[in-house]
Design a protein around this ligand. Sequence first.
Ligand SMILES: *[C@@H]1O[C@H](CO)[C@@H](O)[C@H](O)[C@H]1NC(C)=O
Ligand SMILES: *[C@@H]1O[C@H](CO)[C@@H](O)[C@H](O)[C@H]1NC(C)=O
Ligand SMILES: *[C@@H]1O[C@H](CO)[C@@H](O)[C@H](O)[C@H]1NC(C)=O
Length: 650
Amino acid sequence: MPTLCNVLLFFAAAYPWLAGAAPSAADPCAKIAGLTFVPPADALACYKSFPFNQTLFENVLDNMDRVFDFFTFEDFYLNSPPPFQESTNNIRATLAKIRQTKFQTDYDFNKALYDFTTQLNDGHTRYFPNCYNVFQNILPAPVISLDVNGVSNVYIAPDSVEFISLLGTSYTNFFTQIGFDWQRLAGAKVLEIEGMDAYAYVDLIAKTVSGNYLDHGVRVNSVFTSYRISGTVFSQRLGDLAGPEDVTRTSLTFKLIPAGSTKVETVSVPYLASYTGLPFTDSATFWAANCAPNAGTNGVDLRGQSNLPNNAKKVQKRIKASIIDGLNSKAVGLPGPFLPTAPPVDGSEDVIKSFILPDKKTGVMFVGSFEPSDFDQFQSDVVATTAAFKAAGVTQLLIDLTNNGGGFVCLGQFLHQFLAGSQIGYPGFQSTQRGNPLAQKIVAAHVAMGVNDIGTFYSPDNWAFLNDTIMPVTFNYDKPTLPFVVNGRIDPTSQRFHDTCTEGFSQPIPTTPPFDLNKVAIVSNGDCASTCAMFSTLMFERHRTKIAVFGGKPGEVMEYKGMAGNQVLEWADLDTEIKSVGLQNDPLAPPELLVNSNFRHNWRTAWSFFDEARPIAYVSELPQLRFSYTNDTYNNPQNLWTFAASKLFA
Ligand SMILES: *[C@@H]1O[C@H](CO)[C@@H](O)[C@H](O)[C@H]1NC(C)=O
Ligand SMILES: *[C@@H]1O[C@H](CO)[C@@H](O)[C@H](O)[C@H]1NC(C)=O
Ligand SMILES: *[C@@H]1O[C@H](CO)[C@@H](O)[C@H](O)[C@H]1NC(C)=O
């Protein structure tokens, strides 16, 4: 019989973070507790203090295996169509290989899954171990590709001093203390990074770190620093080289020529990691705060709960297609000197910022996201802005979609239909879900509930037939499923359906376009995800809207959109769908997660208007115009808009 003392000793050895011992110098998490910024090696030591756990390993892999059954693009990955070959991956074979791998720590296992799903390059289909995504590594040397006198090169962002200073003295003091002068690097011309040609290294980060976008060219732009709207304010994104959610690199070695110099130098620039998680004091409290499952980790059975969505209008408001950009967690503003000087017009309080350019005829709507703080306000902002533009005599509309990570599917359709007028009819794409055996059971369960249905995403009356009549609650759109074959795999889908967004619009749609559609153009950096990708594809496919993309790697092809899934379900959403029709004990149902992670997946496909046999995600569509950034435009939206207007409306 083990004695109590033996049991406690065993516990302290096997689960040091649970033993409740006073934090000691030996606890790597206690060492960094309470700090906002920590050297990445210390962050990594805390991550690696949690031993490999077989139960968690099997739980997460079982969950993933079964969630992948719902992933609409799984079979495309066997041989990703050109130009998206970089994403090719035999998903089931990779999972089987991970099951065979011996991992040293819980972190190593989670990092392998994070890297694997990140490199699928579908922002809707990623594994986020919240436990190990709480540090963002920050380099005080964000990079950007600039055209200077007609020649492109990688530079340390010329505004680095203004920009990085916004992180505050708790960040910059670290460099002062170690005597590292990062300010002098601003504007330096970068020749090599880690011994590689600068652009080749950028390509490597785009391939291994960035994720989210199927198109490699688009991912290159997320490696660089760029302007954006974060929340409801102008912001500058660090980029995936200077701000990855990854603490494995402690420094980066550049071969560069400082601004104003001709001398080539080799400089090793240290990273400093920013903590974005919840407060902790040691390993045990770090685990409790960030890693243990919480009330939101898994789904709930909605049956018998009050506040049911209960009608299609409310469900449609929750339909999302968006990426999770970890680089939003430590957002700082766009430095003051680079903010637009034109005064904002009405409707600019939320995620849309609108301006009239000094030429007085160009109105700019910078649509930073389709995920506003208020669904209905977004629509009234579009109406207010349009009215202000019309009143001021604006005749041409420039829409900036730079770094728009998507959001509510129905707001993308609203903006499209508002600009195109109600005469165009249905403002979205044909859509399907995967018709796997469990999905078929879920739809059948909704049909069986009939008028007592609970109104979740799988509910038939959430969707419309292709003639835009809403489906009866008893219509089984998976009976029969439709045949679909991709890469030699038989992969049936649901019957085709339409969204029912128009029923939820709170603002009237004009019958004719408010602006001549030939005088509407789009600019972006290509990092336009999900709902943003669908909006720009609708504008291009249906109205031939001119699109200009800035940045990227010179000479490398770049799409105008990055990732165009039709709807994302977080793991908890899918679990709610399954539990709410009583199928949680079905052998095909993924198990509840025992850790605070999220395995989200792309749940619906949008089919191209041009070719309804192809998902728009896999249709290569290039911008009509492509421009390099310059020192005047990369971080200065108004300068970029002025330049773009001169080219797009010429
Ligand atoms: C592994 O994790 C499970 C679930 O959190 C836990 O119950 C178990 O005690 C852990 N096992 C070890 C050996 O730490
Ligand atoms: C729309 O299509 C459905 C399914 O084909 C059909 O049952 C329904 O009658 C149609 N509605 C109209 C108004 O044509
Ligand atoms: C870039 O522009 C800023 C002003 O925005 C200026 O101060 C700086 O000298 C410029 N740098 C280069 C390399 O042209």
